[in-house]
Design a protein around this ligand. Structure first.
Ligand code: BTN
Length: 295
């Protein structure tokens, strides 16, 4: 599939815009990217922050003719794997997945995915897959600071200057006494702001975006033939942060605790309950959280 990229400096939400374009017959493979979203949307009605030139905000349009709604829902975990591959390939960071599709680095969220369905004017079923990746952010709003991270934060202290936002080697030379660190850090932030290189930063985000969609298409092309996650189940489960951990299943019919085992080929999370039963839970019906917090 050929991808056709469209870049917007500012948009309310790439998903919203691409859904509109789909309704009006935009071709499969259309990709929207934004430098900033003013009304970025996350799952469960949450907002998604995409500050100016700091993150990847991108959406892809597909017409998965022949896939059922249940099969279409499996595109989201495939997109999570694609994000993992892209981040690991570009930056060498170790990624994990929090079921069903949050991508984490060091147990903090670095990327989120929102997949939405839309019916075109002529009745064709379309899917918009929206991906947000935190790239250049150094800080997050208080409510997110404990659970969110970015490529720039995670690359601090990693050898090799591979991200546009990363301070130069010279700045990291020498050890500074603990007391002077905060002051020094503030000074560096100021210098960095003056020295920002928008062209390089944009290229960084563009290349990361292209890596993500290239990886995704590889998975997608295999998936349309197989229609289950069987071919990536081992890889997904190896990345699953919940695996082997106790968790709370927030089931509308009553929350219960258990241990997460992994996903099945339909993307359902297998839970071993304290009573010893194994249950397969669907992301559309329940959510899962760790006993001690986010993971
Ligand atoms: C989540 O984890 O809650 C999902 C976040 C998805 C954010 C992306 S950014 C690009 C696309 N446009 C949106 O408005 N949302 C998705």
């Amino acid at each position: 599939m050929e991808l056709e990229y469209h870049y917007f400096e500012e948009v309310d939400s790439t998903n919203t815009r691409l859904k509109e374009a789909a309704a009006n017959g935009a071709p499969e493979g259309t990709v929207y990217c934004a430098g900033r979203q003013t009304a970025g949307r996350g799952r469960s009605g949450h907002d998604w922050e995409s500050p100016q030139d700091e993150s990847v905000a991108t959406s892809l349009l597909l017409y998965p003719d022949g896939l059922s709604d249940e099969e279409t829902a499996l595109l989201t975990p495939l997109a999570a794997l694609a994000v993992c591959d892209a981040i690991e390939g570009r930056y060498g960071l170790v990624t994990q997945i929090k079921w069903v599709n949050d991508v984490l680095v060091n147990e903090k969220k670095i990327s989120g995915i929102l997949t939405e369905r839309v019916l075109t004017e002529d009745g064709r079923r379309a899917v918009v897959i929206g991906i947000g990746i935190n790239v250049g952010q150094r800080t997050f709003p208080t409510a997110l600071s404990e659970i969110a991270t970015s490529v720039a934060i995670e690359m601090e202290g990693v050898e090799g200057r591979t991200i546009a936002w990363k301070e130069s080697e010279g700045e990291r030379e020498g050890q500074e006494p603990e007391g002077e660190l905060t002051e020094r850090r503030e000074q560096l932030e100021g210098e960095r702001a003056e020295r920002r290189e928008p062209e390089r930063e944009r290229a960084e985000r563009r290349e990361l975006t292209e890596d993500v969609w290239r990886e995704f298409l590889r998975y997608y092309e295999t998936f349309v033939g197989k229609r289950t996650l069987g071919f990536v189940r081992g890889k997904y489960n190896a990345k699953l942060v919940n695996r082997g951990r106790r968790c709370v299943v927030c089931d509308p019919e009553g929350a219960y605790e258990g241990e997460a085992i992994g996903i099945d080929g339909n993307g359902r999370l297998l839970i071993r309950t304290d009573e010893g039963d194994e249950r397969a839970i669907d992301s559309g019906e329940v959510s899962v959280r760790g006993i001690y917090g986010y993971v």
